[in-house]
Write a protein that binds this ligand. Structure first.
Ligand SMILES: [Zn+2]
Length: 194
């Protein structure tokens, strides 16, 4: 957001929440707090918040923008990067770029994960559950509690730092991402620790 856009946002909040009494420095302070946000998303966030509450703080706007971005990401599985997963640094960089493009709404296409994969059929929920590639993609949204891989980074063999080849992710990460039941946890910790 530019300072002008932030000032407009403060004006909108003031108009929506009459109890807000902005100081002269409010727009400046909010700009420090919110400058990295997309102006359109921030505007949408304020409107959504204004429907629910009487007071809106800068932190509320940031949280709502995050929710807006997560909603975009949640609409469908992420497409996989074209980069070879054996090059984890570039793979992660491309994946993060894809995540950001979709979260920001700049990219809305949802190309099939690979040409070889049949498109997921809505009538067949097992397809999503069973596709290892899809599991890997979806598990990347959360950090791995087992190997410590950050969101967007593939699970790695602890200490060696080699990305997993066979398993889509460590079981603990699949559970954390809601892709597996904790009842399967016993199998998790020794999954492909090599
Ligand atoms: Zn892991």
């Amino acid at each position: 957001m530019t300072p002008t856009e932030t000032a407009r946002l403060v004006a909108l909040v003031t108009a929506m929440c009459p109890s807000t009494h902005p100081e002269e420095t409010t727009a400046q302070a909010w700009h420090l707090l919110l400058a990295d946000l997309d102006a359109t998303d921030a505007w949408t966030a304020v409107i959504r918040l204004g429907r629910q509450r009487h007071h809106i703080a800068a932190a509320d706007i940031r949280a709502e923008v995050r929710a807006i971005r997560n909603e975009r990401l949640a609409r469908a599985p992420l497409p996989l990067p074209d980069t070879d997963p054996d090059d984890p640094r570039r793979y992660r960089a491309e994946l993060l770029a894809i995540v950001d493009a979709i979260a920001s709404g700049r990219r809305i296409d949802r190309a099939p994960v690979t040409p070889a994969d049949p498109p997921p059929r809505r009538s067949d929920p097992k397809h999503n559950v069973n596709s290892k590639r899809d599991l890997r993609t979806r598990s990347l949204r959360v950090p791995c509690p087992w190997c410590g891989a950050a969101p967007g980074g593939p699970c790695v063999v602890p200490r060696l730092g080699i990305p997993l080849r066979n398993a889509p992710a460590h079981e603990a990460r699949l559970i954390a991402a809601g892709l597996a039941n904790s009842g399967r946890e016993r199998a998790g910790k020794d999954t492909e620790t090599q």
